[in-house]
Design a protein around this ligand. Structure first.
Ligand SMILES: CC(C)(COP(=O)(O)OP(=O)(O)OC[C@H]1O[C@@H](n2cnc3c(N)ncnc32)[C@H](O)[C@@H]1OP(=O)(O)O)[C@@H](O)C(=O)NCCC(=O)NCCS
Length: 416
């Protein structure tokens, strides 16, 4: 068959397509979509409903965050990250023996192949962003898992548990490799939060740091149909594998409008320098129509409950760390300034990312690692929701309202 014959086949197919659909009315392309439901455009999918869920609920007007019916204040105070991850995945608080079994699995799964440590050493991690390294490393883990491609709830649940355990190992290793240090292997005697800090710093954390990290991980575990959760679910809905889905989630979380805001907040606070400079800095940001990082939310039109907890924790740690004291004072002044101007008018308040960075900074963690910490926690929400959806899967496939021309005559390149 010649190349010209292929051209003819395509031309005939076009004629057939036209003949078969000639009687169909032309669609009103720029109007509301009438089929299968009447819908109008909400930019950024604002207001769009993607599915039903029993995993978690955010009520933006009341400032509620609920996982499986339990409010985040109760969980942050009384639960542990391990227990919360179990709750998200399996729908109930575990009994003592269920929790021990889950813990044992997490501990066993903390180890990652040597090749993945070696791979991290080949990346320019001193220059690249740790979230990019994290995505590469999770993708690599998928290559080493013989069961990666079996898209059943049972198999993907096991992978979810592996990834909850291993995300901390990867982030810990990346934190060290970035600084030219050797990764430290997981310590099975430590809790998930304690071991994560240990793998980042190489030192067994004190009880206060471990408790604060545990609370931070609980508070970041799930948050409705946020961008990275939706991204993870979209990829998983094509019956791709859980590793690929999570890589996509990491990419989405990295952006400064989402998880990357916690890092951006710290740079803003450092740029402001001290509480006295807040007013002029904010005036300039307003004049440039710059968003203030760590403020505002698509869903919350009340104070973010996670910020209600992380704010006082930031105050506590800052009071013990002279280097962070000024950052905290600057943050408080910025909150007062932003809320007095935008709070009543636009319902803009601090979100989860505003105070978390100060907390991590006081624990000696560098800003580039703030978003990976978010991923170490959110992996539980990503996988729980992807698994819930997989149980009654339907490919995500929205539509766009086409606003371009429809009948252009193709001109050869010489005629253009
Ligand atoms: C989170 C965020 C992306 C939500 O965005 P959104 O729902 O698309 O909201 P919009 O960008 O449409 O903002 C609505 C209005 O509030 C303003 N606004 C929202 N967040 C703002 C912020 N952080 N600083 C200043 N103004 C803000 C917008 O300028 C807009 O004002 P306008 O109506 O006069 O144009 C947005 O608030 C933001 O960029 N915040 C900073 C980044 C951040 O902290 N992200 C982490 C979220 S947990």
């Amino acid at each position: 068959m010649s190349a010209q014959e292929v051209d003819e086949l395509i031309a005939q197919a076009a004629i057939k397509a036209k003949q078969e659909t000639d009687d169909e009315p032309e669609p009103g392309l720029t109007e509301e979509v009438e089929w299968p439901v009447k819908a109008s455009l909400g930019r950024g999918l604002e207001g769009a409903i993607s599915n039903t869920t029993k995993i978690g609920y955010v009520n933006g007007a009341k400032g509620w965050l609920i996982y499986r019916g339990y409010n985040c204040f109760d969980l942050a105070e009384k639960s542990s990250f391990e227990e919360t991850a179990y709750l998200l995945l399996f729908g109930k608080l575990p009994t003592q023996s269920e929790l021990s079994g889950f813990n044992d699995k997490l501990i066993a799964y903390r180890n990652i192949p040597d090749e993945v440590y070696q791979l991290l050493n080949t990346l320019p991690t001193d220059k690249s962003h740790p979230m990019s390294a994290l995505a590469t490393a999770v993708s690599a883990l998928g290559n080493f898992d013989d069961n990666a491609d079996e898209a059943t709830v049972e198999n993907e649940t096991e992978i979810a548990i592996k990834l909850i355990a291993q995300m901390a190992t990867l982030a810990g290793a990346i934190a060290r490799v970035r600084n030219g240090e050797k990764p430290v292997r997981p310590n099975p005697a430590l809790s998930h939060a304690g071991n994560f800090l240990y793998m980042m710093t190489g030192k067994t954390p004190d009880a206060l740091s471990e408790r604060i990290m545990d609370a931070a991980l609980i508070l970041h575990a799930d948050h409705g149909m946020n961008a990275s959760t939706f991204t993870t679910m979209v990829v998983n809905s094509s019956l791709s594998d859980m590793y690929s889905s999570v890589v996509a989630g990491i990419g989405s979380l990295k952006g400064s409008l989402h998880g990357g805001a916690n890092e951006a907040v710290l740079y803003d606070l450092e740029e402001i320098g001290s509480p006295e400079n807040v007013k002029s800095w904010f005036a300039e940001a307003r004049a440039q129509k710059r968003k203030v990082m760590g403020f505002g939310h698509r869903v919350y039109k009340a104070y973010d409950p996670r910020a209600r907890i992380l704010g006082p924790i930031a105050e506590l740690v800052a009071s013990k760390d002279p280097e962070t004291k000024n950052l905290y004072a600057t943050a408080v002044a910025l909150e007062e300034q932003v809320c007095s101007v935008l709070g009543a008018e636009k319902k803009i308040f601090p979100n989860v990312d505003f105070y978390s960075g100060i907390v991590y900074k006081a624990m000696g963690i560098e800003p580039a690692m703030f978003t990976p910490i978010f991923a170490v926690s959110r992996i539980s929400g990503w996988t729980a929701r992807a698994l819930e959806y997989l149980a009654d899967n339907r490919l995500f496939r929205p539509r766009a309202i086409y606003v371009g021309p429809v009948k252009q005559d193709y001109e050869s390149i010489e005629e253009r």
